[in-house]
Design a protein around this ligand. Sequence first.
Ligand SMILES: [Zn+2]
Length: 158
Amino acid sequence: MEETQWLVDEMLGRLCRYLRFLGCDVEYVRGLDDSEIVTRCQSEARRLITRDRGLASRLPGSVLLTRTDIGGQLAQLRVLVPSLPRTVSFVRCSLCNGVLGPVQRATLDGPALSQLPPAVRAGTAVLYQCRACHHLYWEGSHTRAIQDRIRRWLDAEP
Ligand SMILES: [Zn+2]
């Protein structure tokens, strides 16, 4: 089964970041009118997530959310999209949706290394780098906090 590719509109920027933490391919668009969003979804075969009922009605298969809070939105998504991943994974860049890949510390240059806290720079945690924007990711207390938050939201009543 092919992985769903998503598009979220500008009301859902925070949700977009959390879906990327879960490894989802999510494009975030701003400043497009409804027709442009419809065209983009169709031409890129992306499924829309939106809070705009009118827009959702123009694209079959769209996911319409009614909640305004991130926790409620994820709880709704879990019900509407049962296949939604539940685990944080280092697959997609939360900033730009680029693809992440593991990277060796020795191959990083100064500007890249300067993104890292000293303990991570000196440590052994696996590093992942965005192939598009070069942002670095690693497993740590921050990713566990994100995972805990997501789990709490996904387990909540929508
Ligand atoms: Zn990136």
